[in-house]
Ligand binder design. Structure first.
Ligand code: 0X9
Ligand code: ZN
Length: 760
């Protein structure tokens, strides 16, 4: 008798409470292997023969699969090599159960990320936690039951509404996919952390005073229970619909009425893991959530949590054609990604899923956006794509994953809490002038409240004191123009934009102004020592070991495909970029190096700025390579690092980014002539890398105050003393009193001084 079979119990006792665990007996004779599947036909053959791909989407390439002895024999007959990842899945499952029992309850029992987060929790445990949140925070928390599953299980959640009343709402749900156990954990923590933070954390309190939060940790309770049940399957994905055949289940995340059965990662085969179901919204779990959202009527944003790959997916999920709100969706995705990275430095790439994962029809990323315009996202949680943890990461990943995603969630709530949107369409000005005003375009738009155009204003100061105000010029619709006055060289301009809403709300840019302000440098002149928009070639050279894809100058031809820039950065047309051809191509087989001509920097105080583009997130080895920019003093053989972009983090998934460097602070103090080189290195053969450079400029801001006409005694004010000084010098050629420089102090000089009367 196999000793593992004797272990066959559904509940294992850990401390006082019996905890259901996946039964090792169900995995006897099974193993997880890595297979390099050559093409789509072979993928389909393996699936048809009952092998189970443990990937987000079974696709050609190297990936994990669950196989038994028959499966291994099949692989051998097909000439495919299977490298074992977990040779005895039953023993592995027994080990995981023991490990999980040992870790439960070790963290102490206080709230916050308490012992509940020691280990993955079952449906009853998650539901009791909901009960605990609701009873501990009865002032703001209410339980909801949005419907029942095929097998009659309740789909439960919690609503947090401080002070009651109607508010814009944000909804977070987890576990459409049964096997993605980290998803309900990160989702329920949102309710836990917000409820605990209300009244104790000022940021959370302020957000919950404005926004209602809905948390539904498990949308697919039947499937989730099946991953635990004896005779069930740890890697079950779908719900448990009885398809009246040999296979159960519909993929809930293919059942939504948004391009339903549209052919992007869909199947009409009930045995498929991506079975779309008999019709759009056919599944009770999907209609429960969908009906709840429609009945609510004021859900402005939502996140559907999945695992794994560490991605933030932005609509639309079935096409790369950008939706009307793409700029906002992509910007908010970026804020979520930045907030996540700020906690444990883990990078979640954000983009349209067709670019960074795959297109899929009928998914929950699209239905809220297409149905009622909510800003909706799908987050693929930890671990990273390719990590052996896959759908079953160690329990120690639960806390950091929940923590970082809670920060991302706060960024989304913060966005929604602002009832009106303010955008600086061309960015904020970074310099202002001593002698002319500085205007910049502003877009102000309604989110949950209409702005009152008459209240749109710019608040500014130069001396750190109280703010002066200037109305924005309303150009019509959502367009406005803000104008900063002139400043003197000694001032440090700070400013922000504000608007009142018609129902009493207020919005600012930056959103936390006046705690956070925009700043600008005062300039009377900007000296430019080098300026290259790539329309001509002042002497750049290309070198390096790459076999293909070297730097080239031209108008981008890649059409924005697979990491290519769709256009240059500065609008002149051309830029420098790697492998400038149409279609699927990139730097291959080594590095390509772009070296600038010599650039003069007479004296100190110079800044080097350029637009750069770098993408390394496509292909089989995303985030594997880096882009480096170095400088060298002309005549010296040594190169010093200016910046390294990647291998992961900001700036690695395309987009033109303006980089600027204070050359003195970068080690060039005393250097008179320098050059830079930009290296895009295809070190990992599986990666797809694209780079671009444009608008290289070396400049220096200079500031000399415009003299104050008429302030003859330099008091900072034109007053009666200055008039007396002109009268005293009347008829002479005194250069101070001769304000118009015509060689004689006369009535015109008196008129000049009188005309400028008042403070400078
Ligand atoms: O395939 C899915 O449903 C999601 N990945 S998972 O591995 N968690 O199953 C991604 C869906 C993202 N949505 C779209 N691409 N439309
Ligand atoms: Zn999923």
């Amino acid at each position: 008798m196999n000793y593992l079979v004797s272990l066959c119990c559904v509940c294992v006792t850990g401390g006082a409470v019996a905890v259901p665990m996946p039964d090792p007996a169900d995995y006897v004779g099974k193993q997880i292997v890595e297979i390099d599947v050559p093409d789509e036909v072979t993928v389909n053959q393996l699936l048809a023969d009952g092998l189970d791909a443990l990937a987000c989407r079974p696709s050609p390439g190297v990936g994990p699969w669950v196989v038994d002895d028959d499966g291994l024999a099949l692989l051998e007959s097909m000439g495919l090599t299977a490298s074992p990842l977990i040779e005895d899945l039953a023993a592995y499952q027994a080990g995981r159960n023991a490990e999980r029992l040992a870790i439960r309850g070790t963290h102490g029992a206080t709230r916050g990320l308490d012992s509940f987060y020691d280990d993955f929790r079952t449906l009853p445990e998650l539901n009791s936690r909901l009960d605990q949140i609701i009873s501990d925070h009865s002032d703001i928390a209410t339980g909801i039951m949005i419907g029942t599953s095929h097998e009659g299980r309740q789909i439960r959640g919690v609503v947090l509404n401080a002070g009651g009343g109607s508010k814009p709402a944000v909804l977070f749900n987890g576990c459409q996919h049964a096997r993605e156990w980290i998803s309900p954990m990160s989702t329920i923590n949102i309710a836990d952390s917000l409820a605990d933070g209300y009244g104790t954390d000022s940021t959370i309190t302020a957000l919950l005073d404005k926004v209602e939060i809905i948390v539904i940790p498990v949308v697919n309770p039947d499937g989730f229970e099946h991953t635990y049940a004896a005779g069930g399957y740890r890697f079950w994905r779908k719900n448990r619909r009885d398809n009246a055949g040999s296979c159960e289940g519909v993929d809930l995340n293919r059942n939504w009425d948004a391009d339903w059965n549209g052919g992007e990662s869909t199947s009409t085969d009930p045995c498929s893991d991506i079975y779309v179901g008999p019709g759009p919204m056919s599944e009770p779990e999907v209609t429960a959530l969908g009906d709840y959202c429609l009945a609510h009527g004021n859900i402005l944003a939502q996140i559907d949590f999945h695992s794994y790959s560490q991605l933030i997916l932005e609509p639309r999920g079935y096409t790369t054609a950008p939706p009307p709100d793409w700029d906002e969706l992509h910007a908010v995705g970026g804020s979520i990604s930045d907030a996540i990275a700020s906690v444990h430095s883990v990078n979640y790439t954000h983009d349209n899923p067709c670019n960074i994962l795959y297109c899929a029809s009928g998914t929950l990323i699209d239905w809220p956006y297409d149905s009622y315009g909510a800003l909706s996202f799908t987050i693929e949680l930890r671990p990273a794509s390719g990590d052996p943890g896959g759908f079953d990461p160690p329990s120690s990943e639960i806390r950091p994953c929940a923590e970082e995603n809670f920060a991302g969630v706060l960024a989304l709530i913060e966005h929604v809490s602002t009832s009106m949107g303010i955008e600086l369409t061309a960015g904020p000005p970074t310099t202002v002038s001593t002698d002319v005003t500085t205007s910049f375009p502003v877009r102000i738009f309604e989110r949950s409240e209409a702005p009152d155009p008459a209240t749109a204003r710019l608040l500014y100061r130069g001396d750190g004191g109280s703010f002066d105000e200037a109305d924005l010029l309303h150009l019509g619709g959502e367009s406005y123009e803000a104008t900063l006055p002139t400043f003197t060289c000694s001032e440090s301009p700070e400013f922000y934009v504000a608007v009142d809403g018609v129902s009493g709300g207020m919005a600012t840019y930056p959103s936390s102004a006046p705690s956070e302000l925009l700043i600008a440098t005062v300039a009377s002149d900007v000296a430019v020592a080098f300026d290259d928009n790539a329309e001509t070639d002042p002497g750049w050279t290309v070198s390096g070991t790459a076999s293909d894809g070297h730097w080239d100058r031209g108008v981008p031809a890649g059409g924005g495909l697979r990491g290519d820039p769709p256009a240059d950065a500065d609008g002149s047309g051309q830029c420098w970029l790697t492998d400038n051809v149409e279609g699927n191509s990139d730097v291959d087989g080594g590095a390509t190096v772009l070296t600038s001509p010599a650039m003069d920097i007479p004296g100190d105080g110079w800044t080097l700025a350029y637009w750069r583009w770098y993408s390394n997130t496509f292909g089989g080895a995303p985030n594997a390579d880096v882009l480096t920019v170095e400088w060298s003093e002309v005549g010296s053989a040594t190169w010093q690092n200016l910046e390294t972009v990647g291998p992961s983090g900001p700036g690695t998934s395309g987009g033109w980014i303006r980089a600027d460097f204070d050359l003195d602070a970068s080690g060039l103090l005393g250097v008179d002539v320098f050059q830079i080189r930009v290296t895009a290195d295809d070190a990992d053969s599986g990666s797809v890398i694209e780079a671009g450079i444009d608008g290289v400029q070396v400049s220096r801001i200079e500031c000399e105050d415009t003299p104050c006409l008429g302030d003859l005694d330099g008091s900072g004010e034109v007053d009666v003393d200055d008039i007396l000084q002109v009268l005293g010098a009347f008829g002479s050629n005194d250069p101070v009193a001769d304000t118009n420089g015509d060689g004689i102090v006369d009535v015109n000089d008196i008129l000049n001084v009188v005309g400028a009367y008042g403070p400078c």
